[in-house]
Design a protein around this ligand. Structure first.
Ligand code: PAF
Length: 287
């Protein structure tokens, strides 16, 4: 696996592959990799001739009170895992390479229709930061396909929308959430849980499963949201939100039926956990 930190040299390598007619698959990450990231790489290998992974802890997507400085950085171990998973090129730039004029006032990509609700309401500017860096990575690597985890469901929709609106010729693929054996969605932020919280954490997934059952049974979305929030509180979480939305655009569910998604964000100690489940109401099947 080649490891590069500069845009110019990364472009040169990827351009060479493209000239040979090879299809480029991109897996953007912030590092501190777990099995969920490796599932993205695996899917990328199925869909591309060459896999480019990126590791970049993007300051623009962290709020002033958030964990940018404390975010776990594990580059050596990440390199080992990516190389073992069959990544061809790792692009791991410094902040100055991506934001040469500083990250305070770069040109930005806004996705207003999707970015201000749910996680965007509690993390103002977060999705603008994500959209901006993803657009930059699309411009630098120019992949045919890019892979993102469905655990960050709102992020996935934001990226799909910006790709469509800005006419990037990139296929955006969502990869199902990878879970621990007790159901907890894999996340770099699970490392913030102490041992007692780690025992409590799977209750988030269990509450979403119960909510999905209730929605499939025809229970109104508002009631399911309230009951799920109460269940999370009872299990020791500080819920940020629980919301039932249309799965394709996160719009409000005005009538029963169709593909819905139940999303939740909740604090447990110093970890803000998020998870979601898609639910087909009036038919069969969930995520
Ligand atoms: O999901 C992430 O790890 C990040 O938000 C992403 C997509 C790599 C952008 O920084």
């Amino acid at each position: 696996m080649e490891i590069l930190t500069r845009i110019r040299s990364t472009r040169a390598v990827v351009d060479g592959w493209r000239r040979q007619g090879q299809r480029i698959a991109l897996v953007p990450t912030m590092g501190n990799l777990h099995a969920g990231h490796l599932a993205l790489v695996e899917e990328a290998r199925r869909r591309g001739d060459r896999v480019v992974a990126t590791i970049f802890v993007n300051p623009l997507q962290f709020g002033p009170q958030e964990d940018f400085t404390a975010y776990p950085r594990t580059l050596a171990e990440d390199q080992r895992r990516l190389s073992g998973a069959g990544v061809d090129l790792l692009f791991a730039p410094e902040v100055e390479e991506v934001y040469p004029r500083g990250s305070a006032e770069p040109s930005r990509v806004e996705v207003p229709a999707l970015a201000s609700a749910l996680c965007g309401a509690s993390r103002p500017g977060h999705f603008t930061g994500v959209a901006t860096v993803v657009a930059k990575l699309f411009n630098i690597i120019q992949p045919e396909v890019a892979l993102f985890g469905e655990k960050d469901y709102q992020q996935l929709l934001v990226i799909r929308r910006l790709t469509e609106d800005l006419c990037f010729p990139v296929e955006v693929v969502g990869v199902p959430t990878v879970r621990e054996s007790d159901g907890l969605a894999m996340s770099s932020r699970n490392a913030y849980l102490n041992s007692v919280e780690r025992q409590q954490a799977p209750e988030l997934y269990r509450s979403l499963c119960a909510a999905a059952d209730a929605l499939r049974a025809g229970r109104p979305a508002g009631r399911v949201e309230r009951e799920t929030e109460a269940a999370l509180q009872g299990a020791g979480f500080r819920p940020d939100y629980v919301a039932v939305r249309r799965a394709d655009d996160l719009g409000p569910v005005s009538e029963p039926g169709g593909e819905q998604v139940i999303l939740a964000a909740a604090w447990l100690g110093r970890a803000r956990l998020i998870d979601n489940l898609r639910v087909r109401c009036g038919g069969a099947g969930t995520q």
